[in-house]
Ligand binder design. Sequence first.
Ligand code: NAD
Ligand code: UDP
Length: 326
Amino acid sequence: MSQIKRILVTGGAGFLGSHLCERLVAAGHDVICLDNFFTSQKQNIHHLLDAHNFELIRHDVTEPILLEVDEIYNLACPASPVHYQHNPIKTTKVSVSGALNMLGLAKRVGARILQASTSEVYGDPDIHPQPEGYRGNVSTTGPRACYDEGKRCAETLFFDYYRQHGVDIRVVRIFNTYGPRMHPYDGRVVSNFILQAIADEDITLYGDGSQTRSFCYCQDLLDGVMAMMNNGDGFVGPVNIGNPGEFTIRQLAEMVVELTGSKSKLVHLPLPEDDPTQRQPDITLAKEKLGWQPKVALREGLETTIAYFKSLDLSHYLKPTDHTLH
Ligand code: NAD
Ligand code: UDP
């Protein structure tokens, strides 16, 4: 190991945050996990609590906090549509005030700070696949705007702190990512379909299932995110991190049914408003600047994720909101 750093991970108890904390702890860093547990539970980080180089702080990023750290991964934000639409005003506040608070902290202590942005900054894209230079097709008033516009404003704040105050920023745009430790009640497509298939319940296709997404396995994603944080070339992004393998939602459902050996039937429910019709990352920039590309095929990643969901005792999980399918 080269150098031990003090690293803050906001949203560190969440799906991606908990894997990131685990990897940083294993690498010997001094890790502070900050979370308010809105969309996660302590189960995700329970195994880290006894580590000498892991510390947990229950805190809401919309409130300032003073810490001495070298790096900040800013992941705190509800990420699934049913969760971020539950209290949309709070969602915008988490993205915007959370970014302001963390950027202020980075400025004060001279920390490098990485923002977990999203493919949602492209909205319902009319350029396909989406390169970083594409400015997006985003509704400012629709039900997804609280998240999309919140994340867009956060990117703006990152670049203004970079230009105005010289803060050492990194911005990654994460495309749909899945894997163990997704919240079983987060309502996202991978967790919904797997839980439905395991229980032989109907698989709920929203719309005709012809909309596409490109699914990245969580550890691949974190390889890219950490490569971005650690790049010393002054490359600040934004950079797309995702798996270019594009699937219709119907294809995903069929694959989950096959891999689980389920008796589930596919049924159709109404398509949510402003649901993007297509999404696929152009990862040319990540390949060129970070030497990164994903390795795990969807089928392989789904097998691991299915095994994880099968192992869960669902009675231990609270529903973060009432609007989750499961
Ligand atoms: P997640 O919901 O599992 O994790 C988010 C974490 O942030 C949770 O632990 C939650 O409790 C915490 N949190 C929420 N509001 C908070 C607040 N006000 N203060 C402190 N903590 C708060 O979701 P995830 O998939 O791990 O997403 C992590 C980050 O990556 C998010 O910023 C999300 O927008 C971004 N992202 C994820 C995906 C994906 O497909 N997983 C795609 C694009 C972007
Ligand atoms: N979806 C679906 N059935 C579900 C959950 C989601 O058909 O039970 C669809 C949803 O309409 C969208 C895609 O799957 O087109 C991905 O949804 P998700 O909520 O995972 O994330 P998004 O990419 O929309 O933010």
